[in-house]
Design a protein around this ligand. Sequence first.
Ligand SMILES: [Zn+2]
Length: 345
Amino acid sequence: MITNKTDYKKAPKIELHCHLDGSLRPESVLDELKVIESENADLNVDKITELLTVPENCSSLVEYLSCFELPLMVMQTRRSIERFTYEVFQDASEENVKYLELRFAPILHTKLGLSLHEVIESSINGMNRAKADFGIEGGIILCCMKNYSEKAAIDTIKAGEKFIGKGIVGIDLAGPEDEGFAKKFIEAMKLARTLGYNITVHAGEAASGKNVYDAITLLGAQRIGHGIRINDSQNAYDIVKKNNILLEVCPTSNVDTNTIVNINLHPVIDYLKDGIGISINTDNRTVSNTTMTKELNLIDSVFGLDMDSYKKIYYNTVESSFASDEVKCRLKRNFEEYYHEFLGI
Ligand SMILES: [Zn+2]
């Protein structure tokens, strides 16, 4: 076993679960706020940061989600959506994230009249500009909201169809988690699969592991957002393990939403040791005041993440990403180069 102390800033990283609207730079939010609301011009970056970041005593996922109000206010134009998408890809690339799947719910950005098509196109433009400038790779995942109708989900799925393989890599279900939510979205997700989307679903975060089982069996989820509650449902645990379903684990977010009382009690490493596929992610860089480097350092400091375990996580994550085979090859090569340097050979 290799136990050299690792600098995770330097290590190549893959992120599959990051929300655009939870990852905005406070100074850019301030900029955009000045554009739309001049009477708020006396707000400063510190105040904005406070509004965008989850309070220490946050008690639930629902309270956590309140940090998204301000981002949604400033992301209602093509220009601002493109700008913020570009910036998240830039921030990720600066900490050596080689591939990022960034997600957001287009329907939340149509309040001032943009069409779903325009919203989606703007985010792709921002990503493509960042790819060209920084060499990072990635794709956009379109979120449908669990607290909206199935019809709204179908509208998003149809609007993204023409961008599949041209920037859009998958569909997600996000938002507050009720028990048994999957039943509401069976037709929508069937349509998404038929059109050729990859499917990931938030489940087993604020509610039970049974939701994970339903997301896989009823909705065809290939990956699960969070999924940490699979340990309360044997069926969920077994199907995740047997079908090699990757869990997109977001450690700090789980503590922030009070899903996990204390990081020391997080099951992520137990899952890894038992052969469950896991990836490590930020969920929301700004809301949770985190980065991929911080998440990996956190797991390392609490559980001791040796390089062999990290290699396993990295490869599992690449394999379960929605990237093309060609990109997957490049991502594996990135790791091999780093690994040899790390080993000094
Ligand atoms: Zn999420």
